[in-house]
Design a protein around this ligand. Structure first.
Ligand code: G
Ligand code: G
Ligand code: MN
Ligand code: NA
Length: 254
């Protein structure tokens, strides 16, 4: 059977799972929240990366159902942590282009929040730069609707797409996530170092908080802190982990 039709059964067979990667707040070294990252535990192929199956789910339409499952699961988990730890825990969910553009997306998010009782302020949606620029006028409207509900919106993988600056400053956004390729190469040359400085300056002028992704070394962490980055994420702190392991990171001081 091809992967696409197997994917169709993955939900009912309980083969999808979310891992959680902590996002660390630099001003106090506290865990600010987690990004939910989807995995498919395939009975024969083992763990399949979302890089492989999300494009399939996008093309056969399953992304809508999978996306709803991810959203509900992540909100339930955040609510469970809130009850356990007595304070709100921020959760970030990646949403794909087709999911965001589908009719009823805003309603589906609203329903999930009502069902799970999670405060909207605890939910962050990560959208890609390419999505934002695909149809900027309707995107601006959609983001306003999501913002009115109370959600936080972040641009994921920033710097890898082609953002129009004139549109970017009109987009109702809260967070800019610097793509990990910039963090990876920041010590390679003076040019690369100034590139990351420029992204941070842009974020500042757009009044966006910055998350640097893919932080793997102490040197990267220190430089990012000096450059005024607000949040960091990466293997230096933790890989994406199962919910039980993530629980242990909530009160950890980094
Ligand atoms: O977790 P990992 O680094 O393997 O993720 C690979 C890619 O899959 C990343 O671009 C990430 O944003 C994307 N991804 C992970 N989880 C989800 C999800 O739940 N929904 C969508 N649409 N993309 C996801
Ligand atoms: O596109 P997005 O930013 O959502 O992708 C998240 C992906 O990045 C996940 O698959 C996650 O496993 C991966 N990731 C997270 N931290 C690091 C890191 O420090 N180094 C590398 N190479 N990948 C990372
Ligand atoms: Mn992401
Ligand atoms: Na990214």
């Amino acid at each position: 059977l091809e992967l696409g039709s197997q994917l169709r059964h993955s939900l009912e067979r309980d083969e999808l799972a979310l891992l959680y990667q902590p996002m660390v707040q630099l001003c106090d070294g506290k865990t600010a929240g987690f990004e939910a990252l989807l995995r498919w535990e395939h009975p024969e192929h083992g763990t399949v990366s979302p890089n492989t199956f999300i494009p399939i789910a996008e093309s056969n339409g399953l992304i809508i159902e999978i996306g709803k499952w991810v959203l509900r699961k992540a909100c339930q988990q955040a609510m469970q942590w809130q009850e356990e730890f007595g304070r709100p825990i921020m959760i970030s969910v990646n949403v794909s282009v087709r999911q965001l553009s589908s009719t009823g997306f805003v309603e589906a998010v609203t329903e999930t929040l009502e069902e799970t009782k999670l405060q909207p302020e605890c939910l962050k949606l990560e959208v890609t730069e390419s999505f934002l620029m695909q149809d900027p006028e309707s995107t601006i409207e959609l983001l306003h609707q999501l913002r009115r509900i109370g959600l936080t919106i972040g641009i994921d993988d920033f710097g890898t797409g082609y953002s129009s600056l004139s549109y970017l400053h009109r987009m109702p956004l809260d967070i800019l996530k610097v793509d990990r390729s910039f963090v990876e190469s920041m010590f390679d040359s003076e040019k690369n170092a100034s590139l990351i400085r420029s992204i941070l300056a842009l974020a500042k002028s757009l009044e966006l908080n910055v998350v640097a992704e893919g932080v793997e070394t102490l040197a990267q962490l220190q430089r990012l802190q000096d450059l005024g980055c607000h949040f960091v994420q990466g293997f230096y702190f933790s890989q994406p982990v199962k919910p039980e392991c993530a629980s242990e990171l909530i009160n950890h001081r980094w």
